[in-house]
Design a protein around this ligand. Structure first.
Ligand code: HAM
Length: 415
């Protein structure tokens, strides 16, 4: 037997229905906020991620599925969707169309990470990107969109971790201060972090190696080194959040694992998730479009992990109106066929099978299929002209004519 690839999984009933609910809710809420969908290819030129996510990030330096194609081009299975979305925005000049300035995506991403609960090599993100908005309201609204989605899935109390990572004006100064501090404690850091000191010291703050944690905790924070613009931008967002019912916490060590961020970044975590507790993360990335050869348009976005979300979401029981059509004899089968079309034409899911079964076996089969209502078309029904509807939950039975069956079901088994 050939099994699935490590860190990937198959999705099927009943779990797949949870994913469908998450996706339906997301689409509905994004639509309410004016977002339209973008679908980009899973394959991109490797250079796209090197130039956007950053060559010194874990994602690019260790985790990408990169290969050379038959023509010698270096291609990568996308590890995230912001860079591909921005590539598309530039390629098709989507920034010229207001309807394409609020984008959302739903799809698989690939990172070669060590698999564990909530962490996979093929995982799925739902995300939004808002182009051409420099106001802190962009972040506030983006966080509200996330909150609406999480609330719609029964996740009530959410905690937003917030920080500013500065901008090209103020960050370099802070990076130098951080570098000096890290150099003093170099020997206590893991080998990766020792390399990061010269290449990209901010990435040390992301390190999960236990021995680095104390040094990270005691490291100088960016807060007191922000320029006036970054400071104001953060304060304004905090004001918006304080006026809302959202609970947030300033976390000065939050730097996010991607290099394109500037100013405000945030994450939403859940204590129910254990080690991989970030459900959703994002931030502002004002310079990204320009650095990829597009116009200089400030932008913001976030993405959530569907696997992690489905672990903490609450899914209510949906009222089911599915029908199993039980039939006997050739005449019974003909009526069953008609009923099948009639029910589906009225948006009532109906299962009809070609194999003739005894009534007892049909009822057993319906039960195993998780269907609530069985319509019986046996000899008596054919003779009398009324079909028997059986509610499997309550055991109640009703005699209804063929044409009235859909209305009877839609009325909750009432005429
Ligand atoms: P990210 O923080 O790398 O950000 O990923 C966003 C979310 O994807 C995480 O919070 C987590 O729920 C999920 N995730 C990441 N890696 C894995 C994995 N290996 N297995 C399962 N879930 C995972 C980004 O990707 C940015 N593009 C977000 C963004 C959009 N920033 C601006 N716009």
């Amino acid at each position: 037997m050939v099994s699935s690839v490590k860190g990937t999984f198959d999705l099927f009933y009943p779990e797949v229905e949870k994913w469908q609910t998450i996706e339906e809710n997301a689409r509905k809420i994004f639509h309410l906020f004016g977002y339209t969908e973008i679908r980009t290819p899973i394959l991109e030129h490797t250079e796209l991620f090197v130039r956007s996510v950053g060559s010194e990030t874990d994602i690019v330096s260790k985790e990408m599925y990169t290969f050379v194609d038959k023509k010698g081009r270096s291609l990568t299975l996308r590890p995230e969707n912001t860079a591909p979305a921005m590539r598309s925005v530039i390629e098709h000049r989507l920034y010229e169309l207001p309807k394409n300035q609020r984008l959302y995506y739903i799809g698989p991403q690939f990172r070669y990470e060590r698999p564990q609960k909530g962490r996979y090599r093929q995982f799925h993100q739902i995300g939004i990107e808002l182009i051409n908005d420099r106001t802190p309201y962009a972040e506030f609204e983006g966080i509200i969109v996330a909150k609406e989605l999480l609330n719609s899935l029964g996740i009530g109390q959410i905690k937003v971790k917030l920080n500013s990572v500065g901008c090209p004006e103020c960050r370099p100064h802070y990076v130098e201060i951080l570098r000096k501090y890290l150099l003093d404690r170099e020997k206590e850091l893991c080998l990766d972090c020792q390399k990061r000191i010269s290449l990209n010291p901010l990435r040390v703050l992301d390190c999960k190696v236990p021995s680095c944690q104390k040094i990270i905790e005691e490291a100088p924070t960016i807060g007191s080194h922000l320029c006036v613009l970054c400071e104001d931008h953060l304060q304004k967002l905090r004001e918006y959040l304080e006026e809302s019912d959202l609970f947030y916490e300033l976390d000065q060590r939050l730097v996010r694992g991607l290099d394109y961020y500037v100013k405000n970044v945030f994450e939403i975590t859940s204590p129910l998730l254990g080690a991989q507790d970030a459900v959703l993360g994002g931030g502002r990335y004002d310079g990204l479009l320009k650095s990829l050869g597009g116009p200089d348009l400030p932008s913001f976005g976030w993405a959530l992990g569907v696997e992690r979300l489905s672990l903490i979401a609450q899914f209510g029981e949906k009222e089911k109106k599915d029908v199993y059509i039980a039939w006997l004899g050739e005449k019974g089968f003909k009526v069953a066929l008609k009923l099948g079309f009639l029910l589906r034409g009225n948006n009532i899911p109906a299962i009809l099978e070609g194999e003739e079964r005894s009534l007892k076996n049909s009822l057993k089969r319906a039960d195993k299929l998780g269907v609530n209502i069985v319509v019986i078309i046996g000899e008596d029904e054919i003779k009398g002209g009324l079909l028997t509807l059986k509610n499997l939950k309550s055991g109640e039975q009703f005699a209804v004519s063929l044409n009235e069956v859909p209305v009877f079901i839609l009325n909750g088994l009432r005429s």
